[in-house]
Design a binder for this molecule. Structure first.
Ligand SMILES: [Zn+2]
Length: 68
């Protein structure tokens, strides 16, 4: 099963094509911490970032928004 929106996976920026780079806004639903990261869109609405988990050890409950 693949998530529909954004997956939180390690992205190897040196291997992937540089064309689809976007900013990702991630907010932790547990502690409210906000992260702004660079992600790579693969053309099918799938976005990869290097983000894994929040400082509070939450790794699945986030509000994730792409900033273009
Ligand atoms: Zn958190």
């Amino acid at each position: 099963m693949r998530p529909e929106s954004v997956t939180l996976q390690e992205a190897d920026n040196d291997v992937l094509m540089p064309s689809g780079r976007i900013k990702i806004h991630i907010r932790c639903r547990k502690c409210g911490e906000v992260f702004i990261l660079r992600g790579i869109r693969d053309g099918r609405g799938h976005v990869e970032t290097g983000f894994r988990r929040c400082l509070c050890d939450n790794d699945r409950e986030f509000d994730i928004e792409t900033l273009g």
